[in-house]
Write a protein that binds this ligand. Structure first.
Ligand SMILES: NC(=O)c1ccc[n+]([C@@H]2O[C@H](COP(=O)([O-])OP(=O)(O)OC[C@H]3O[C@@H](n4cnc5c(N)ncnc54)[C@H](OP(=O)(O)O)[C@@H]3O)[C@@H](O)[C@H]2O)c1
Length: 65
């Protein structure tokens, strides 16, 4: 098993660098485990926080995959 850490999955540059580091490697299973949860309520919406959660939880795994 190989663990890749220190890559900010919201950063296209960081993910490109990760791809370069892995070039030539065969990946059988990818565990995309990064995730964050910030609690927001309808009465107290923090759009920056929500945007960050979409970046990390939704777009980040797509970018890494
Ligand atoms: N714990 C639970 O019981 C539970 C239950 C249901 C769902 N969840 C969900 O599962 C996810 C993870 O929960 P957890 O308890 O394991 O949280 P955690 O201990 O805070 O771990 C989150 C992991 O995501 C990484 N991460 C966060 N932002 C990142 C980014 N931009 N780029 C790369 N890596 C990033 C962190 O890396 P660093 O350490 O390097 O920051 C850390 O390894 C969350 O979305 C949470 O809502 C958790």
């Amino acid at each position: 098993m190989r663990v890749e850490s220190g890559c900010d999955i919201t950063s296209p540059e960081a993910v490109s660098k990760l791809a370069s580091n892995l070039k030539g490697s065969t990946i059988d299973v990818l565990i995309n485990n990064a995730g964050i949860l910030k609690r927001n309520t309808l009465e107290n919406l923090d759009f920056d926080s929500i945007r960050q959660q979409f970046e990390v939880n939704a777009l980040g795994p797509l970018r890494v995959t």
